[in-house]
Unconditional design. Structure first.
Length: 468
């Protein structure tokens, strides 16, 4: 259900199929009887019981179409005895005998109308300090975002789900935004007089600009998200890539580049500060040192799955995404444990790319049995565990609120031996000098591998304004 709600909250197209007890046992509290329609109701855009083969002809296609175009989760449930029915033996009703499904789908790429684009262009051209905020909705529009940033002289801040929109070494980006972002991204938000939000639902409200000092345009494929996080002056509903292509044509002027130049200078200073932090080779291993080493050693086409916890902040800030790499994280749901199943799914979908999971020991413990799945299907995923024997995010949050930490400690587990017991390779590392070599050996292996790294439990995940 975590996966279903994750997909629902991200608007990811999913078809979920469940079974249920025999149709004549429904409502009798029979063994394993669960009302899956009620269970899925809040998380689905389509939710239907299949009553027979004739019914399935139409609703299966409909479920797929709705999931793909809404997008969201479609759920179909089928009773055990219904699953055994033959198509030939199921007679349609008189009204339904001509009803068939259709597998043909041509999704429409929607864009705002010309008047809206002209108004948006005029509002942007009237600004002197323009900032851009990108999220997951802009992942397929990297070249258009760069072209727009060049045209406007606008620095680009990236929400975590949009971390791969631009590589972290792009001259246009100020990196991440929010608690796990950069100081230059916070500064452009504080200083801008125009903000363009592209496919982002970034939840860190305190990192948005002063609403009285900025005029905001938001573009999103889902009109329900327009103005959801921040007051906007203009909300344009449409596909980000197609809309930006049209918008760029309207910006026939030479923008002032001083705001972008200032952001670039700030980023140079920030990168120097981060390099200093990442170079700390004291023991126990600093999580920043671990994230930076992983970043250096993974493949240029790596698919990176990040779990939820304190390590999320270190990974988001110190993992330098290169062009061609992709990042996935449980964004709006922020549930623990998805990194391992994400990595498995990514490797199944793209067997020729490297699949990496970054997780804490708390999140990994919840679903570590899935390592056996990776072994069963010979998936060469690599799982890096930030091991500190604690739910450290919970601990630091409790301390920040003035409480004594409670329930934050974990039973130490030898994850390398657990991995080996399931047929994977297991590696352990506790010394900074051994980290790079350990990672290289694991990454070179064609087998699934778990790499546990003992990290400093007392290293807090600080917001950007508190980093020195």
């Amino acid at each position: 259900m975590n996966g279903i709600y994750d997909a629902a909250m991200e608007g990811a197209p999913v078809l979920a199929i469940t079974g249920s007890v025999n149709h004549d046992l429904t409502g009798t509290s029979f063994t394993q009887e669960v009302n899956t329609l009620a269970l899925m109701k809040d998380a689905t855009v389509y939710n239907q019981l299949i009553t027979g083969p004739q019914h399935a002809r139409s609703v299966v296609d409909l479920a797929c179409r709705i999931a793909a175009t809404t997008p969201g989760v479609s759920h179909l449930t089928v009773a055990k005895d219904t699953q055994n029915l033959s198509a030939e033996g199921d007679k349609p009703s008189k009204e339904g005998e001509s009803l068939y499904g259709s597998s043909k789908l041509t999704p429409r790429i929607e864009t705002p109308d010309d008047d809206e684009l002209n108004a948006a262009a005029a509002l942007l051209k009237s600004g002197g300090k323009i900032a851009i905020l990108v999220g997951r909705g802009a992942l397929n529009a990297s070249s258009e975002v760069e072209a727009l940033a060049e045209k406007l002289g606008a620095p680009v801040a990236k929400a975590l789900l949009g971390k791969a929109v631009l590589p972290d070494d792009s001259k246009y980006t100020t990196g991440g935004i929010g608690h796990l972002g950069t100081l230059p991204s916070l500064q452009i938000m504080q200083d801008c007089d125009r903000l363009l939000i592209l496919g982002s639902n970034m939840p860190h409200l305190e990192y948005y600009p002063n609403s009285k000092a900025v005029r905001v345009i938001q573009i999103d494929r889902d009109a329900k998200r327009l103005g959801l996080r921040f007051p906007i002056e203009m909300g344009l509903s449409g596909d980000i890539k197609a809309t930006l292509k049209l918008l760029i044509q309207k910006l026939d002027y030479k923008a002032d580049r001083s705001f972008l130049t200032l952001a670039q200078k700030r980023m140079a200073n920030w990168r120097a500060t981060m390099s200093g932090i990442e170079a700390d080779q004291s023991a126990p291993i600093k999580p920043q040192f671990l994230a930076a080493n992983v970043s250096e050693l993974i493949a240029d086409n790596a698919m990176i799955s990040i779990d939820t916890g304190a390590h999320t902040q270190f990974s988001a800030r110190h993992l330098k995404i290169r062009r061609g790499q992709s990042v996935v994280v449980c964004g709006n749901l922020a549930s623990m444990a998805p990194a391992l199943p994400y990595a498995i799914a990514a490797q199944l979908a793209f067997p020729n790319r490297q699949s990496i999971a970054l997780t804490g020991d708390g999140g990994f413990t919840m679903l570590m049995g899935e390592v056996a799945t990776a072994v069963r299907y010979n998936l060469p995923i690599k799982v890096i565990i930030f091991k500190n024997n604690a739910l450290s995010m919970d601990r630091f949050e409790q301390e920040e609120m003035g409480y004594e930490p409670y329930g934050d400690t974990l039973q130490p587990i030898d994850f390398a031996k657990i991995a080996e017991a399931m047929g994977a390779e297991g590696y352990s590392c506790a010394q900074p000098a051994e980290l790079a070599g350990t990672l290289k050996r694991a990454f070179a292996s064609p087998r699934p591998a778990v790499i546990e790294v003992d990290v400093d439990p007392n290293e807090p995940p600080l917001p950007p304004e508190k980093l020195k």
